[in-house]
Design a protein around this ligand. Sequence first.
Ligand SMILES: Nc1ncnc2c1ncn2[C@@H]1O[C@H](COP(=O)(O)OP(=O)(O)OP(=O)(O)O)[C@@H](O)[C@H]1O
Length: 601
Amino acid sequence: MQALRFLLPFLKPYKRLAIGALICLVGLVIFDLSIPRLVQRIIDQGIRVHDQEVVLYTGLLMLCISLLSLAMAVANNYLSVKVGEGVARDLREAVFLQIQDLSFGNLDRMQTGGLMVRLASDTAAVQRIVNISLRIGTRAPLLMLGSLLLMVDTSPSLALRLLPLILLTLAIVTVFMLRMEPLFLMVQQQFDRLNTVLQENISGVRLIKAFVRADHERARFSEVNTVFTGYSIRILRTISTMSPLLTLCVNAGIVLVIWHGGLAAIQGELTVGQIVAFTNYLLTTLTPLAMMAMLSNAWANGLASIRRIKELLETVPEVTDMATGAATPLSALGEGPLGVSFCGVSFRYNQVDPAGNGEKGEWILCDIDLAVKPGSTVAILGATGAGKSTLINLIPRFYDVIGGSILVNGVDIRELRQQDLRALIAVVPQETILFSGTVADNIRYGKPGATLTEVETAARAAQAHDFIVRLPERYETRIEERGGNLSGGQRQRVAIARAILYQPRLLILDDSTSALDVDTEARLQQALTQLPFAHTSLLVAQRVSTVLAADSIVILDKGRVVSQGSHEELLAHCSIYQEIYASQLGDPELSASMFSEAVQP
Ligand SMILES: Nc1ncnc2c1ncn2[C@@H]1O[C@H](COP(=O)(O)OP(=O)(O)OP(=O)(O)O)[C@@H](O)[C@H]1O
């Protein structure tokens, strides 16, 4: 019932088509049920009394009904397929949009494989269930009910004798359906796992080869595959036990009808036509029951899919906007580069524990106070795992702070609509993401209307132009999936060009120059200071060379700000900075010249 309630809004736009399909179906059932009655008439009022006219006219009537049945069946199929496809398309879109709407925190807990299954297989399973419901799924119970009534009408005493057998068949089907539902659910879960492993293997195939882990991955896949196959076999075994049992019930029914009916006919209580009609009605009672049991596969599958889609669509994004109208308008931020203030910010992942077992993540950021002046360049330096990416991910509200607040130009970011806030910021993430398409398309991603000159200017600033013009088709060269035909450093520069072209008021580079050589990085840093639009820059880095030219460097250690100042101030007073500096660039004295080179315009 819950599943139906969930599906109703998706069915609403196709109400007329669905009603049309059901009307055809009712017509079809009426025609189906009329045939045995006409057969009875041919036998009793035609063949038995040698009345050719009755045989001829009734035969013709049956032919007309068959043709009408055919037309109804075609119309019913056409309409139900349209409804099923339409509902599936709308569901796919809803799932897709929901995935887009979910916050990073929600997505962290969902596996990509599972989401792909939701989008592809689950929506297809719902399409099947809608399609089936408008066809055989409704036709079968209607036929059964009609046949039962007509059996009683034909011979109440014979119908009464057959009642135990019909109830037994119903019980068998119910037991099998109940047994199969959890099995189908398990099959779907295993299918999710199978997809996840497969997807990880496809995306990580280079790594697997490099570490010679093919055997390990084969074993992992084989394990999931075996479990999946095991459940599938259990389902097939259950179905193959049920089929002969149902056939036995149908055959037993026919024997009972012929036996009791035959005796009644000898005593003149029943006609031959009535026995034939009764046998037909018995078949149209029991056969749909068997069909429904077979369809229980699709039903259970579809219901499990609906449950999973429902769960996904009902997931509340962890980061939400204030109610419409209550959000602060962007105009409150004024013009020009953004200033960012962290006021006592604390954060941990898994603050919302989906399992409800009270386990929450460790604190990743503790009591961060930090001010980034508008128009300045601030670098965040720290060891791996210090919380640098986490810190900058809080600014565009990829995650919401748990303690404290973040202000942008004096406005708490939670008062801004996520879309508005993000439109002011360009983030170059640590892991470069490129889409398949041309180099120019990728650079234009945030500003689709940009001219080629604008694209080139951004690429020059990102130190990408030189390598792009050496590509076979320059800016029109196609980038393969995930940038497979570019080097790591080239990918990073395309991603930086994309952010520059966007002309954000706050530019965040999350360790996105890590694959560049020191010279290229220095040129890039230089170019970033001369961008033709007013902006604030936040640079996350592990390398000291990346942060030398920043106005201010923040040292983050184990989620806390341990020091902040210019390169010279930190070199003089901050022991962690001195250590990082010495480990990466050697003797501070010797490297002083490098610093002056980096900051020279
Ligand atoms: N999505 C996540 N879910 C749970 N924990 C996370 C997540 N992302 C990061 N962490 C944890 O948060 C801590 C800080 O990670 P973060 O990526 O912010 O560090 P970082 O300083 O940027 O490190 P690196 O320089 O290696 O990128 C790590 O212990 C990491 O395991």
